[in-house]
Design a protein. Sequence first.
Length: 436
Amino acid sequence: MKKLLVLIAFLLPLNLFGGWTLQESGVDGTLRDVHFVDTSHGWIAAGSEGNKGLILRTTNGGGNWDKVYTDTSQDLYAVGFFDSLEGWAGGCKYYSYGPPWPEDGSYSILLHSIDGGKTWSSEESKNCSLANHLLSSTHEKIDDICIIDSTYGFYMENGYRSTSDMYGFWTVFRSLDGKHGWGISRGMSYGVHGLGFCTDSLHGWFELYDNDRVSFSLFYTDKGLESLSAISELSYPSSDMVFVDTLHGWRVGGKIFHTADGGTTWVEQASGVTSCLHTVDFLDSLNGWAAGNNGTIIRTRDGGNNWIREHTPISSKINSICFIDTSHGWAVSDNGEILCTKLYSPYSSGKEKELWVKPNPFSSVVGIEYLVASKKYISLKIYDVMGRVVKVLVDGEVYSGYHKVEWNAREFPSGIYFASFVAPNHKTTKKLILTK
């Protein structure tokens, strides 16, 4: 009996509260990067198909993915959007990690869209001409794109300088004003392995590989690339890196590491899996996910002190993962597979008109859960006994499925309140008892 209880406790996080399901991509090849700006609008850099750079786009959270063929033959490796309309994609043609390279070299491409990814144009850039001026026979590709806001964005370009050696160079470009092109910011004879910016345009981290020393170093800027300083030597290279503020960051490269001092020191975290991890995403200092080989996805709710493996229906390598909030996430794989979060709840068999509240009575924070049968406009508001709105929890369109929100009532007096859920054609009200 004791063994059975342990087994049930182990399975609960997978079967009741978290999981992943497949979305139809229409693509068999490698999906390299996924980016969402909200729960509706998302894009995937999908390499190329039929000698055309391919972007997948959705406006309904992945219910449908549309193929967009760009006017370039380059493979597309990275994508990033500022909002539902404006974004960039990057990649290259004929990229190789080592010789022999094509005689005419390979070159990077940066594309720009202002209509949500329906159409793309080549972005005016200094990268190819300047890089080819500095280093002959360059072989370049854009690996990562990070859009901070409507003014600032960064992308990372990698390449090798000749067919006779493996000395690398890197260039990182910064948007001049977000609307009128990009300007070169840094260029060195290093290979860049990781690019991470927090929520502003000044603080960023770059992991560089020194070919001469065969070592990895982490560089930091607090001036938006105007100056860089080396802050730590790294024992493992990174394939992905994320910072949620100027102190807390994570990086993966097979293993997962965490810093709480802005990257000066890194501590390996126990992932609980043996598969190599390739991509990581965090919403804040507590909630994060990492993914990699064999369809592996792990998540944490405490900043990585504890990681739990989540069930996925695939066994291929996951290249990129993206979360908008703790309920909505996507991941893409080598085999053209798109995963999205599938939330399970003890109330999933309930009716749309029902509203679940727990705990009730409550002393400070109460969870309110509801089901929506299809995408629609809803409102969820808290009223006092006088009929006055004291808190608006939801007021807008939501997707079909199970949803949970919380009301933090620490600043409200004890008493009776009402949670009012309004959707087209029905209204539900629940009484809440706040006791302090």
